[in-house]
Design a protein around this ligand. Structure first.
Ligand SMILES: [Cu+2]
Length: 146
């Protein structure tokens, strides 16, 4: 496959988006009123031992796997020891601090080193981009004990 057109396509897209800020907002998937994502467990301030199971909660929206476009759905992203992105019009990064649950998972088990850690959920759409308005949980802090 000839991929040489891709950088030019990306540049053209960037120029179009720069020319019209409203087009960018319109391209983001809308979230419905009352949409809320939250961490069911552990509780904020919890002291835990060993692997910690994190359970994801969601109100007024549904889960769809990554790549599946369906109104009022998305998949969970767990932010570990990091901040939510300042620019929510971009897809979330995928690394050890920004974990995607693109199969539609609603919980995970983490092995974290002892000490304080922050956890936060972001629901994002089929392209991993936060909805508009963004559906972001409160950030919680837990302490993993030795
Ligand atoms: Cu994702």
């Amino acid at each position: 496959m000839n991929t040489s057109f891709l950088p030019r396509l990306a540049l053209a897209t960037a120029l179009i988006l720069a020319a019209s800020g409203t087009a960018l907002a319109a391209d983001r998937s809308p979230s419905p009123a009352g949409a809320e994502v939250y961490i069911v467990s552990p509780k904020d301030g919890a002291k835990v031992k060993g692997p910690v199971t994190v359970v994801f909660g969601l109100k007024a929206m549904g889960i769809a796997p990554a790549g599946i476009k369906f109104d009022n759905t998305g998949h969970h992203h767990l932010l570990i020891d990091t901040e939510a992105p300042a620019d929510q019009s971009l897809p979330l990064p995928a690394d050890e601090h920004n974990v995607h649950f693109g199969k539609g998972q609603t919980e995970t088990t983490l092995t974290l080193p002892p000490g304080k850690h922050t956890l936060q959920l972001v629901l994002a759409d089929y392209l991993h981009t936060p909805h508009n308005p963004a559906v972001v949980s409160k950030k919680i802090t837990i302490t993993v004990e030795k």
